[in-house]
Design a protein around this ligand. Structure first.
Ligand SMILES: N[C@@H](CCC(=O)N[C@@H](CS)C(=O)NCC(=O)O)C(=O)O
Length: 203
């Protein structure tokens, strides 16, 4: 059994999407988190995440935290879902590269843009430009990051662009990509589950 420690409209929402993509049984354990944008919420004592953040999952007694680790763990654990190339697949290297790049390259560039930190910061601007170039380059070639098949890398990258669309330049390629992600039946189901749960009130 998989238990997801989840707070609606947060980084754990995309793990609901992933679990819907996988199609197996899972349970959602709602937890409260501190929400810095509003000052609402508080860390939840029942949350096993080392920093009381979300997402975290437990699978057969194994705790996994961090979005990238969870995506890799679950797509490896359920290879029949076809959401991540397994070891030995020629696309495995590209898959790992996108996953690592998501947290080491894309997220920092995205938050730097959101925070207005690019002006006068040539290193950050360079990293941001490289991130946009890599994304647009990949999406100009194929529907998904790994080619014609959706993967866990798209789930991370697509959900982040959707969350922070204004952090990226106007781009038909990015808009069409986000629309493809959001139109997936599993993504629509996950959105419905999130909306049904609502955003927590301050603890
Ligand atoms: N790098 C982590 C970031 C997790 C994270 O920042 N989660 C936020 C919600 S989007 C959270 O739990 N914040 C509560 C807190 O920091 O106390 C991941 O991707 O899993």
């Amino acid at each position: 059994m998989i238990t997801l420690y989840h707070a609606p409209q947060s980084r754990s929402s995309r793990i609901v999407w992933l679990l819907e993509e996988l199609g197996g049984p899972y349970e959602i354990r709602p937890v409260s988190i501190f929400r810095p944008m509003t000052g609402a919420g508080a860390p939840d004592p029942v949350n096993p995440h080392p920093d009381k953040q979300v997402p975290a999952i437990e699978h057969d007694g194994v705790l996994v935290a961090e979005s990238v680790a969870i995506v890799l763990y679950l797509t490896d654990a359920f290879p029949e879902a076809g959401l991540g190339p397994i070891v030995g697949d020629p696309l495995r290297g590209a898959y790992l590269t996108w996953l690592a790049w998501y947290s080491a390259g894309m997220e920092p560039a995205m938050f730097a843009s959101m925070g207005g930190e690019l002006a006068g910061a040539p290193m950050k601007q360079r990293a941001y430009d490289a991130a946009v170039k890599r994304l647009e380059g990949a999406l100009a070639k194929s529907l998904w990051l790994l080619g014609e098949t959706f993967s866990g890398a798209d789930l991370l990258v697509g959900s982040a662009i959707n969350f922070a669309r204004k952090a990226f330049p106007p781009s038909d390629l990015l808009d069409a990509y986000v629309a493809r992600c959001k139109a997936r039946p599993a993504a629509l189901r996950a959105l419905g589950l999130d909306e049904a749960q609502g955003v927590q009130r301050a603890a």
